[in-house]
Ligand binder design. Structure first.
Ligand SMILES: [Zn+2]
Length: 49
């Protein structure tokens, strides 16, 4: 089993697995949503390309 990468919220420094906080959009953008503080960050650049 692979471990999910950990993402640290830039607002509250909460650590959660990438699968919980990142939502992929149809246009290949990714939305980060922190469930601890509600912080949202849109249009995250992925490492691809
Ligand atoms: Zn947060």
């Amino acid at each position: 089993m692979e471990k999910s990468p950990i993402v640290i919220c830039p607002n509250c420094s909460s650590q959660e697995t990438i699968g919980k906080v990142l939502t992929a959009q149809s246009n290949q953008n990714v939305i980060f949503t922190c469930h601890s503080c509600g912080y949202q960050l849109k249009n995250i650049k992925t490492s691809k390309g």
